[in-house]
Structures are given as C-alpha cells and as structure tokens.
Design a protein around this ligand. Sequence first.
Ligand code: ADP
Ligand code: MG
Length: 404
Amino acid sequence: IDESVVEDMRKLEEDFKGISQRYRLINRIGEGTFSTVYKAEQLPQPNEINGHDENDEPADESNPDMPPSKRRKTNAGAGRSTKSRRKPQMVALKKIYVTSSPHRILNELELLHELRDSPYICPLLTAFRHLDQVVAVLPYFRHLDFRLYYRDFLVNDMRHYFRSLFNGLWHVHKAGILHRDIKPTNFLYDHSRREGVLVDFGLAERQGTDWQPCLCTESKERRRDKFLNSFAVQVLQTQPDLISTGYPKSDSRTSRRANRAGTRGFRAPEVLLKCTSQTTKIDIWSAGVILLTLLARRFPFFNSADDVDAMIEMASIFGRKKMQAVAAMHGQLFETNIETIGERGFTLDKIIIWASCREKEHDTLRAGEAQAVSFLQGLLELDASKRLSAKEALQHEFFTAPVE
Ligand code: ADP
Ligand code: MG
C-alpha cells in the first residue's frame, strides 16, 4: 500500500474514534472529485456477536466444559475457534470531502436512506460526523473495474448487467429521484454473481427540484409559435452571417440556468441543451451510453471536454437534422458548418460495426447484437419523451425474448 494512503487512513482513524473502534481500515479503493472510499473490516463488537451480550462467557464450541445451551449456535463444526467461524463483514467507508456543501451531503445520505429497500442499490448502513467531516458506511460490494471487462462482454453478459442496472433505476425513478451520474464507476457489477448495485447518490435529486417550464413541456403547436418568435431565431434571420464563422452555434444566448451536473460523455442531449425541466430520462440516456460502449468495445465512447463539443460528437452520429429538431424542442438553435456532420447521420448498427473494427466479411450484426442495438435505440433516443422508461426497458424483448 502506498505510503500516502497509509497516512490517509491513519488520519481518518485518528479523527473518528468511533470508526477505529468499529472498523479496521484495509485500503483505499476509490478516489473521486467528491470523496475518498476505503475498504474496511467490521470489527466484532462486544455485544453484537450473534446476538449474545457481553455478559456471556466467551462462547466456544471447542470448550467441552461449557453447557451446550451456552454454546454459540453456528453451523461450524466443533474444534474451530471463534475467530475462524465469524466471516468478517467488509464495508466501504466513503469519506465525503469537506468542500461538499452540508446540504449536498445531507441530500446524499437522505436519498440513500430512502432508497434502501432495493437489492439493486447499495444501502447506507450508518454515517459518522466529526466537525465538518462526514463518513458514510456501506456494505462492501465486490466488483471488477469496468475497464477490465468491457471488451470481453458478450451480449448475454450485457443482458445480466442491464437487468440489474435497470432494476436499480426503476426503483430510483419510482421514488421520483434522478441519479444524474449513471456511468460504469457508479454501478458496481460482480460478473461472477451477475449482480450489480447502484452507488453514488452525490448528485442525485428529486425530480422537480429546480424545475422551470421548458419549451419541451409545451404542446407541439405552441412550441413552434414560441420558437419562431424567439430572440435567437430573429437574430438569425436578420444576421445570418453570425453562423458562418466556422464554429458551431448551438447557443441561443438566453441566460438560462439549468442543472448540468453529471459526467462528461454521459450527459443526455436535454442536459447539454440546458433543458430546465429535466426528468429521470436523463439516467436512461447515460445507461444507453454504457451499452453503446460495450457494443462498440470503446471506452470512453464520447470524450469531449465541454458541452458544445459533446453536441458535435452527438451530431456526428445522429446527423444535423435530428440535432436541430431536439435543440428546437428545448428552445435552442443548433447550427454548424462542420463538414463531417451529415444531414442524416448514421444508424447505430453502422456506428457499432465501425467502432468495433470488424473484418469485412463480418460486417453485419449477429442476431443477439441486433437485438441489443434495437434496445439501444430506445435508450439513445434524442427526444426524452420518446425514450424508454426504466420499466419499459425491462419489458423490452432484449430481456423478455432473448435471442443469441
Ligand atoms: P464518488 O462520489 O467519489 O464518485 P462513489 O460513491 O462513486 O464516490 O465511490 C467511488 C468508488 O469507490 C466507486 O467507483 C467504487 O469503486 C468504490 N466504492 C464505492 N462504494 C463501494 C461499495 N459499497 N463497495 C465497494 N466499492 C465501493
Ligand atoms: Mg462515483
């Protein structure tokens, strides 16, 4: 273990006396923008072992002098020591950085608590506070780093992965909560058990929290009228040269504020377009990006530094026409003179065949892959209102009538 990690763990144990009494820190397992996560072993507590209290004799089946009624009820055979019989409980200690606002920390803990009933969501066991420091305790979930397996996933593996993921999302969305940061590092997947859990509700929010009417919530007719009367369109009509300067203009210059929390490459089009009435469908898009990554065997699939570039990446796939339509839905303009962005874009089949660099003779998709792509089309739908919900996703034939 790295010296600095050891120092880090020592500091944590020093600050949190309660933690050092209950857990033995083992290693650092995650370090992100908002937290550091450690793996730790839960230490036996005097009054918690198998329901016995501390007044009990040290229970030990190997002790023949002890009456059977006093012996601990375990399935372990006689002669094994107390120590070896107790399977150590592993936990993940998530130390949330003090730079996170108290409001944000409370939000994460509250939402985790509210969502604790689903086996697809990693539950909050408890939390500790020391001054402005907060540590959340979660059961440790065994998983592999996505980068180690995304190239080898078969379509059937994808089915298990996404069945877990969409069950988790269904539970979150039913509660009216947006996760906002769906990506491989926030969905811990255990390939051998074919189970996964959602983690990291640091950016999650209740749907409607910062809701403002957006053009996309209006009827189609009203949307058209409002859009044609908008400032941006009028500017464009009087000064068309504004859009011929060589850089995409996707910004209608209104001073709209919309939540854009999330991770680059996984943001839904409506997030990039500053929609002010975002819904749980933003998580579905991000899940779609994961599926695209697995099918194309490229990670990260989208890799732009900012939102404008992200829109260009999207436009290169979906084409100018569809991007303009979705931008208009949210009251924005999408214009570009980048020559590689075609009018109509490409089908996802084509993108996947190209990205996964197939041999010429195998340049069609197999049946299972074709089914996965049809599912993918429902997830990577630019219009959020037409995008599948988590429940609809689970009813897709990709899960209900799998083909190989
Ligand atoms: P952050 O807000 O810093 O992204 P996360 O909650 O996403 O924090 O955790 C960061 C990383 O720590 C995860 O990607 C994962 O590798 C590891 N991790 C988090 N929770 C657990 C857990 N319950 N079990 C095992 N590993 C975990
Ligand atoms: Mg995370």
